[in-house]
Design a protein. Structure first.
Lengths: 213, 231
């Protein structure tokens, strides 16, 4: 059973099977649904999944130590570990730590980039776009509105979003209700709305590559 | 805030009590109270520089410390900064008239490709409060804009800010361009932004990485003092 979004946001989830499999995926909680969907779709039963709290996204300085702790805790039990994070604002520290520990990390600056495809994302050079994924659209209040204090101090909106001109919803799935939610988020931020269907992008490609190793 | 506190009449407080109250009000982001407090102190004959440094910079330093220690968060810091900015708006023309001391001149801006200016604005404000003259280039600056401003303004310090992992490497482009032009050592180069760290600062050839606005002020002061001692 997939834990609730609130659990994935605040607590993360241990979704390992009873006996350790060959490959451990250490993922951001924001990717849990997508990773499980890909596992189901491809029958990747040899992968175990453990998710860290997705809200670490808002405090990137905590990501590297949390991921490192999870790797060292599990390294003796698995043949390989694949870290399903991008750089995520760690300024290269997460990559350096993964290199040191001999584990693989997803490429790209953020999940927005690997869902769209890292190269395609970079080629757009969108300075003024604010991104949501399926998970972030569902958890907009918990990740954006409340931590930025916009529920209590709406006058701060201009200070945060004054230089943005659009919200781009990178949709992993076709979901009308979620699209409406993302559209409403754009309206609350005073931004133009744009939706792009990305599917699972480079996440699927890289998981497939790792599955075949 | 309790009813008792709501009833405080700023003009009835003596100077020390008023400064303490203003520090509390700044902490709570109370813009109008800060404006009122600034005007009261000025009407009592306070020098604009003292009004700036004691309740405003003093208050904002506490805010900065509590942010660093995880007691305050970004929204509260921004509200406090907004209150300080309102107080500074009253003081700025007076400071110019009274010839308040200027420690040095800083050109500051976010790097090319980066529109996130909250940190940069906080640094600029605190540097200004500490007596630096600020030339704020705003957002999304290519190397040539930084360098033109440094030359035109005869600046002492270059401050570059980035929030994105994808834009922070551009700081090296700017520093390398300064080197190519043989003017790198004419300026103190400070860098900052959430994904940066000390090692990155060293690797790109900056003089220092500053993890927050307070550190930026202290670092800039120390480098400027060293530069003056060498001259």
């Amino acid at each position: 059973m997939i834990p609730s979004d609130a659990t994935l946001t605040r607590e993360g989830a241990d979704l390992r099977q009873a006996a350790p499999q060959r490959l451990l995926l250490i993922a951001c909680g924001a990717l849990a649904r997508e990773v499980l969907a890909l596992q189901r779709l491809h029958g990747w039963d040899h992968m175990d999944l453990v998710c860290l709290p997705a809200i670490l996204h808002n405090t990137p300085q905590k990501i590297t130590p949390e991921v490192t702790a999870k790797i060292t805790e599990n390294q003796g039990y698995y043949d390989r570990i694949f870290v399903l994070y991008a750089d995520c604002g760690t300024g290269g520290l997460l990559q350096a730590e993964c290199d040191r520990l001999g584990v693989t990390l997803l490429k790209g600056p953020h999940c927005y980039a690997f869902f769209e495809g890292v190269e395609a994302f970079a080629a757009r050079e969108e300075l003024t776009a604010f991104y949501l994924t399926d998970f972030l659209a569902r958890q907009f209040d918990a990740f954006v509105w409340e931590p930025l204090g916009l529920d209590r101090h709406p006058q701060l909106l201009e200070m945060y979003f004054g230089h943005y001109d659009r919200l781009v919803y990178l949709a992993q799935t076709e979901d009308e209700a979620l699209t409406a939610k993302a559209r409403a988020a754009a309206a609350r931020l005073g931004l133009r709305f744009e939706r792009r269907v990305t599917g699972y992008g480079d996440l699927a490609v890289e998981m497939e590559r790792e599955a075949g190793r | 805030m309790s009813d008792d506190e709501d009833e405080i009449i700023l003009s009835e407080l003596d100077d020390d009590e008023l400064v303490d109250q203003m520090i509390d009000d700044l902490y709570d982001g109370m813009k109008e109270e800060i404006e009122e407090g600034v005007n009261i102190l000025l009407s009592r004959g306070w020098a604009p520089y003292d009004v700036l440094t004691k309740p405003l910079v003093g208050g904002m330093t506490i805010v900065g410390n509590d942010f660093r220690d995880g007691i305050l968060f970004v929204p509260e810091v921004l509200l406090a900064a907004g209150a300080m900015k309102a107080g500074m708006a009253i003081l700025k023309p007076l400071l110019a008239e009274t010839g308040a001391p200027t420690i040095g001149r800083m050109v500051i801006g976010t790097v090319k490709g980066d529109i996130h200016d909250i940190g940069k604005n906080l640094v600029a404000m605190m540097m200004e409060g500490a007596g630096f003259e600020i030339v704020d280039l705003g957002i999304n600056n290519p190397a040539e804009e930084y360098i033109a401003a440094l030359k035109e303004q005869n600046a002492d310090i270059l401050g570059m800010s980035a929030l994105l992992t994808t834009t922070m490497p551009y700081m090296k482009v700017v520093i390398d361009t300064l080197k190519e032009q043989g003017i790198r050592d004419d300026y103190i180069v400070l860098v900052g932004g959430a994904p940066l760290n000390e090692e990155f600062g060293r690797a790109i050839g900056a003089d220092a990485y500053c993890r927050d606005a307070a550190v930026a002020v202290e670092t800039a002061k120390s480098f400027v003092a060293r530069k003056h001692n060498q001259a």
